[in-house]
Unconditional design. Structure first.
Length: 349
């Protein structure tokens, strides 16, 4: 794929047609400000309980709708009280108009599609190309979820997503939570099909480690480029399974909010979901300063920086290939490029 199709401007254009998280479901009983790909948004739950996402700026005189209040199906501007329907964006009420007064036909804001899944609110600024996935590996599980506190990271969302898949940084970044992890990364079996990437990694228990005090586990990685990463932890029949999800969302090209959460299966005996959340929070907090120091701040898909890779990077390299596939598929589907989509395959070191 040509580098000029992967510039920050081209990526931003393509990612407008991809689903991203803009809020936790638990936070939107009052309107919440959000920003996605430099677009300022407001996220709220209407009186019927439906999650809504609209532009944040009132079309009248620029009032901040995140400071407004919900009135039925609408969000009311705090400046002059104009009300905008959360599903259509159309203005349905202007308090200053006399009874029977005509609402200007251009009095509307942009409203966006919404899906609530994994205890988070997802939206897409354009016409989505890919469906928001339901990972098949958890279909048979009865999961209890906890949405973690979002993390504001001083890096691009692809860099944050890539970090989640990187096994080689464990002993250096996560010694406080993971303990004395062996720095040698053995052979990693990676499979990619289109924008999906899978890998199975056996993580041996480390003595005196909060992270692995439950025991050895198979870590089943499954990713959907560009920004969904999951791990299903399988500790065996005696202990059961738990789940970790990571959805970094692009505030702008080089800043993101890491939305993430954990879940435990009904038969999991390795701790409560709140205890698991506490352990994983330590891990995420250790990553944050590292991500803030990256240079460049986003994965250089257009060749903006020279990098050297090692065999342990096979998963992240496949993630980059999957991201290129997703971007090119979006560009082709939405008429943003004339190039054909990349076929399935894998990147080898």
């Amino acid at each position: 794929m040509k580098h000029d199709a992967l510039t920050p401007e081209k990526l931003r254009e393509a990612y407008r047609h991809n689903w991203f998280v803009v809020a936790r479901s638990q936070d939107i009983d009052t309107p919440q400000a959000a920003q996605l790909l430099d677009q300022k948004l407001v996220v709220f739950r209407d009186a019927a309980g439906a999650a809504r996402v609209t532009d944040r700026r009132c079309i009248h005189r620029g009032g901040n709708l995140a400071d407004g209040v919900v009135r039925g199906d609408s969000i009311a501007c705090p400046y002059h009280g104009w009300r905008f329907d959360g599903q259509t964006g159309r203005c349905g009420h202007i308090p200053s108009l006399p009874q029977g007064g005509r609402i200007p036909p251009k009095a509307e804001i942009k409203a966006y599609p919404v899906i609530e899944r994994f205890e988070h609110v997802w939206t897409c600024l354009g016409d989505p190309v890919f469906d928001l996935p339901n990972p098949p590996e958890i279909e048979s599980l009865e999961l209890e979820w906890r949405a973690a506190k979002p993390i504001h990271a001083d890096c691009g969302f692809m860099a944050a997503t890539e970090n989640f898949r990187d096994m080689a940084h464990f002993p250096f970044v996560h010694e406080p939570s993971m303990g004395n992890v062996n720095p040698v990364v053995g052979d990693i079996n990676v499979r990619r099909e289109g924008r999906e990437v899978w890998s199975d990694y056996f993580y041996q228990q480390v003595p005196d480690s909060d992270f692995s005090d439950v025991g050895d586990a198979w870590m089943h990685y499954h990713s959907y480029a560009p920004g969904i990463a999951t791990i299903l932890y399988d500790f065996g029949e005696q202990t059961g399974k738990r789940y970790l999800v990571d959805f970094p969302s692009p505030v702008s090209y080089d800043k993101c909010i890491i939305f993430w959460g954990v879940a435990t299966d009904r038969d999991f005996r390795g701790g409560t979901v709140d205890e698991i959340l506490a352990v994983e929070t330590k891990v995420f907090d250790e990553d944050t300063p590292i991500l803030g120091g990256l240079e460049p701040k986003e994965v250089p898909l257009a060749g903006q920086a020279f990098e050297v890779s090692a065999p342990a990077d096979i998963y992240t390299l496949n993630y980059r290939r999957a991201t290129q596939y997703a971007v090119q598929a979006i560009q082709q589907a939405r008429g943003l490029t004339e190039e054909a989509a990349v076929g399935p395959g894998r990147v080898l070191v």
